[in-house]
Design a protein around this ligand. Sequence first.
Ligand SMILES: NC(=O)c1ccc[n+]([C@@H]2O[C@H](COP(=O)([O-])OP(=O)(O)OC[C@H]3O[C@@H](n4cnc5c(N)ncnc54)[C@H](OP(=O)(O)O)[C@@H]3O)[C@@H](O)[C@H]2O)c1
Length: 264
Amino acid sequence: MNDKKVAVVFGASKGIGFATAELFASKGYKVYGVSRSGTSAEGVTAISADITDFSRLNEVYENIYAAEGKIDVVVNNAGLGISGAVEFTTDEQVAKILSLNFSALEKSCRLAAKYLRETKGKIINLSSVAGALPIPFQSYYTATKAAVLEFSRAYNLELRPYGVKVCAVLPGDTKTAFTASRDKNELGAEVYGDRIKRSVSRMERDETHGVAPIKVAKVVYSLAKAKNPKPYKVVGFGYKFLVVLARLLPTRLVDYILYSMYAK
Ligand SMILES: NC(=O)c1ccc[n+]([C@@H]2O[C@H](COP(=O)([O-])OP(=O)(O)OC[C@H]3O[C@@H](n4cnc5c(N)ncnc54)[C@H](OP(=O)(O)O)[C@@H]3O)[C@@H](O)[C@H]2O)c1
């Protein structure tokens, strides 16, 4: 058996996953980085897999376990964004975002349990500040990230007696290829005018001025290292402040602010 800790990072070819895989490798972990393109940072063993194919996902887990004899950390990071008005979103778009952002993640969590019980390991799931603060015209993205947050918290409680920890990370705007890859649907201008375009442009501008992915990777790593990690962690003081403030203020006021920022 490998005496290095073994980490599996899903969505390791770019952005936050790439930085996370690279950071874990630099800290002495044996890292497997999974993505469709099958590329990752130096020192990371890259695996090509579409994780929305559940039998392939299962195979990835089995192969890593067969090679290493253990798995210590799983980072469920692969995700995508879609934008547009709910009523004009296509069935294909809905299926695509649910299958990657939630179904693949929960399946990965299900598969990981038996391996992580052996090592008292950790699952770290990428949610988003959008999982705590709803973003109009990104309602499906918001829904998947809220689901990731609450699923992680509930699953963490189920696994507590076995020493397995499940944590969620909530990044705010982070500068990655995520922005360019967003599936943008601008249908419905006859009803919504230019509200959709304005909302998404604002989000895009913020993302392109966002933090470097290494900042998020460091939070993921700190949770992996912590003996008693927080169930979830918001990345960056500013976003932490906003999430706490939003819980303290009346919901109608918070929603009015979000409306003014992203839906007017
Ligand atoms: N960027 C932000 O501002 C931000 C903010 C909050 C939360 N997040 C969350 O952080 C996570 C990472 O985002 P990012 O910004 O780093 O995105 P990114 O740069 O677009 O990277 C996404 C990663 O997921 C992989 N991936 C996509 N579909 C896949 C599939 N079907 N099977 C396997 N791998 C797949 C991609 O690789 P391939 O294309 O090679 O498959 C890539 O490695 C996401 O869950 C995102 O929602 C991002």
